[in-house]
Design a binder for this molecule. Structure first.
Ligand SMILES: C[S@@+](CC[C@H](N)C(=O)[O-])C[C@H]1O[C@@H](n2cnc3c(N)ncnc32)[C@H](O)[C@@H]1O
Length: 356
C-alpha cells in the first residue's frame, strides 16, 4: 500500500471526527442561543477587546459562566481570543452574523429550527413508523418563529432590491397599484416588505396556521401598513379571487399536499398579464447534485417539516424541499401555465417567474 493511501483506521478516524465536528456544532448552537438571548454578542459587538469581567458587567451576567462561554466561542472560531491581554473580541464579520439582527446573515434565530426538531423527535419517530403526516402547526412553536425570523433577513436583503426587479415589468405594476397575494405567508415578513415598498398596491397574506396569521396581523400593525396589508386564514386552494397582478409563494409550494391544485388556483385567480413569483429552496434536479451543506440542511428540514406537512395534507405530490427546477416546472405546466423562467438565484433560493 502506498504511504499516502489512507488506511482503513485512518478512514474510520476521519469519519468519526467528521461526526464529532457535527456534535460540536450542535453544542455551539446552544451557546449561540445563550449568547443571543443574554445579550453577550451585543455586549461584545463593536467594543474592541474585552475581558470576561467586562463582558459579564455589560451583559449583567455571572462572570464565571461568561468566561467559560467565551472560551467555548473562541474554540468554535465564533470570536477572537487575545492570549496576552486575556481578552475577547468579535470581528465585524462575526458581529454581522451573531449580533446584528438586521443583517441578512444574522444566524441565531436559525437555531430555533433544529431545537424544535429535537423537541419534536417523538412525533417524528411515530410518523416514520406509521407514515402519518405532521402538520406545520403540530411542531414546537419555535419552528414557525425560527423559520420566519431566519427567512426575514434574506427577504429584507433581496426581495425588493433584486427578486422583484428580476421579474419582467412587475415593479412597474406594483408601483402603479395591483392586488398581490402572498400564499402561505407565515408571519408575513415578505408581504410587509412589499407593502412598505409599494404603497399603491394592496397585499393579502393567506396561511392555514392561525398563530402565524395572528402574528402577521401584529407585525402589520407594528409596521404601520395595516391600511394596505391584510392577513386571513385560507388554504392555497381556496383563498378569495381578487384578480391578483402578482401571486407569491415564498418557501411554501413544496410544503403543500397538492401543489398542482395550488398552482391551478393561482392560474384561476391571476389577473390578465399577472405573474406568479415562486421562491423555493435552492436545489438541483438530481440527488447527487445536492450533496453539500445546503442539501444537508434542506433534506433534513424537509424530512421532518416539509414532507411531513405535505403528507398531513393528503400527500398527492410530496415534493420535499429539494425538488429542483424540473419538478417545480412540471407542477405549473400541469396547472396550465406556459411560461416558467428562473429569474434569479442565491446559494439558498431559486426564484422563478411564471405566467399563463
Ligand atoms: C416554510 S413556511 C414559509 C412561511 C413564509 N412564506 C416564509 O417564507 O417565511 C410554510 C408556510 O406555509 C403554510 N401552509 C402550509 N400549508 C398550507 C396550505 N395548504 N395553504 C396555505 N398555507 C399553508 C404554513 O402554515 C407555513 O406558514
Amino acid at each position: 500500500m502506498d504511504a499516502s493511501t489512507p488506511s482503513a483506521d485512518d478512514k474510520l478516524m476521519a469519519f468519526a471526527m467528521r461526526t464529532i465536528n457535527d456534535i460540536a456544532a450542535g453544542y455551539t448552537g446552544v451557546m449561540v442561543s445563550l449568547g443571543h438571548k443574554l445579550g453577550l454578542y451585543k455586549a461584545l459587538a463593536g467594543a474592541g477587546p474585552l475581558s470576561a469581567k467586562e463582558v459579564a458587567t455589560r451583559s449583567r451576567c455571572a462572570e464565571r459562566y461568561v468566561r467559560e462561554w467565551l472560551n467555548a466561542q473562541a474554540a468554535s472560531g465564533y470570536l477572537g481570543y487575545h492570549a496576552v491581554s486575556d481578552t475577547y473580541e468579535l470581528s465585524p464579520e462575526q458581529a454581522a452574523v451573531l449580533a446584528d439582527e438586521d443583517s441578512p446573515v444574522f444566524i441565531p434565530h436559525a437555531w430555533n429550527v433544529p431545537a424544535s426538531m429535537w423537541f419534536d423527535e417523538p412525533q417524528a419517530l411515530e410518523a416514520f413508523r406509521t407514515g402519518r403526516g405532521v402538520a406545520w402547526g403540530e411542531h414546537h412553536e419555535g419552528m414557525a418563529c425560527g423559520v420566519a425570523a431566519f427567512y426575514r433577513n434574506g427577504y429584507k436583503a433581496s426581495l425588493v432590491q433584486q427578486w422583484l426587479p428580476a421579474l419582467d415589468g412587475v415593479v412597474q405594476q406594483l408601483e402603479a397599484g395591483i392586488e398581490v397575494a402572498d400564499i402561505g405567508c407565515g408571519h408575513g415578513h415578505s408581504t410587509l416588505l412589499m407593502a412598505q415598498a409599494f404603497p399603491r398596491s394592496r397585499f393579502s397574506g393567506f396561511d392555514t396556521h392561525a398563530a402565524s396569521i395572528a402574528q402577521a396581523c401584529r407585525n402589520a400593525e407594528a409596521a404601520g401598513v395595516g391600511d394596505r396589508a391584510r392577513f386571513d386564514l385560507a388554504r392555497a386552494t381556496d383563498y378569495p379571487d381578487r384578480r391578483y397582478g402578482l401571486i407569491c409563494f415564498f418557501d411554501v409550494l413544496h410544503d403543500l399536499g397538492d401543489p398542482v391544485a395550488a398552482a391551478r388556483h393561482a392560474a384561476q385567480t391571476l389577473a390578465p398579464g399577472g405573474t406568479v413569483l415562486l421562491v423555493e429552496p435552492f436545489a438541483n434536479d438530481r440527488v447527487e447534485e445536492n450533496l453539500g451543506t445546503v442539501g444537508q440542511l434542506y433534506y433534513a428540514g424537509s424530512t421532518l417539516i416539509c414532507c411531513a406537512h405535505a403528507i398531513s395534507e393528503g400527500g398527492r405530490m410530496v415534493l420535499g424541499a429539494q425538488a429542483g427546477q424540473a419538478r417545480l416546472e412540471e407542477v405549473f405546466r400541469k396547472a396550465g401555465f406556459t411560461h416558467f423562467r428562473r429569474a434569479a438565484e442565491t446559494p439558498f433560493n431559486l426564484i422563478f417567474e411564471i405566467r399563463r
